[in-house]
Design a protein around this ligand. Structure first.
Ligand code: GTP
Ligand code: MG
Length: 200
């Protein structure tokens, strides 16, 4: 599914500037610095497809990546991180509007992966996003990132605790994945999960 070359195809800062819908799409959402761009690189086996950074707020548009020369093209969308106050209220409001408009209007969007830092768990700002997705009936799955930063016992604990928090949410897929882009943890499982969604 993820084999072969990927290309950056488009960046949108405005809702009337989205690329045409081609095939199926999946999107990655999460707080600033949670590891969205790193996870996209790990899934696609590309080191620098999505630009990563130590500085929160690196990704400021909806970035679209697409498989090249592939019959059933998959598009991956890297979303601007939310919850990063230092960029200023106006910008945050603009991103929030863009994200909401995109999530509401994209009929080929198969699933949103909401990334949560395994060390921190679901924060209020994440809860608000899950609420938005539930209300818009956009199917999503919670994925824990940076699992390598936890001891094995804590990895299990955080995965179960996070599952407990999302299991009653209407649009949440009832499984929490634990990943580490740095160590490759959970990446094959994540690819398989995406494969199942696209085959639905
Ligand atoms: P924004 O675009 O600013 O919203 O950030 P992002 O969510 O795309 O995060 P990005 O992938 O740029 O990674 C942010 C930081 O987290 C970088 O310093 C990465 O090196 C680090 N990071 C990403 N994945 C992992 C991981 O699996 N383990 C650890 N320990 N650090 C990680
Ligand atoms: Mg990013």
């Amino acid at each position: 599914l993820f084999e072969g070359p990927w290309d950056f195809v488009w960046a949108s800062t405005k809702i009337d500037d989205l690329p045409p819908m081609v095939g199926q799409e999946i999107a990655f959402a999460g707080r600033s610095n949670v590891g969205k761009s790193s996870l996209i690189n790990a899934l696609t086996r590309r080191n620098a497809l999505a630009r990563t950074s130590h500085t929160p707020g690196r990704t400021q548009q909806l970035n679209f990546f697409r498989q090249v020369d592939h019959d059933e093209r998959l598009t991956i969308v890297d979303m601007p991180g939310y919850g990063y106050a230092a960029v200023g209220k106006e910008k945050v409001a603009a991103w929030t509007r863009l994200i909401h408009d995109y999530l509401r209007g994209r009929s080929n969007l198969m699933r949103v992966y909401v990334l949560i830092d395994a060390r921190h768990g679901i924060k209020d700002v994440d809860g608000a996003v899950l609420e938005t997705l539930d209300k818009a009936a956009v199917s999503y799955q919670v994925v824990l990132t940076k699992g390598d930063a936890l001891k094995p016992a804590d990895q299990t604990f955080m995965t179960e605790a996070t599952f407990d928090e999302i299991k009653r949410r209407p649009a949440a897929f009832p499984e929490v994945l634990l990943t580490s882009s740095e160590k490759g943890m959970g990446i094959p499982e994540f690819r398989a999960a995406i494969g199942r969604v696209l085959a639905e």
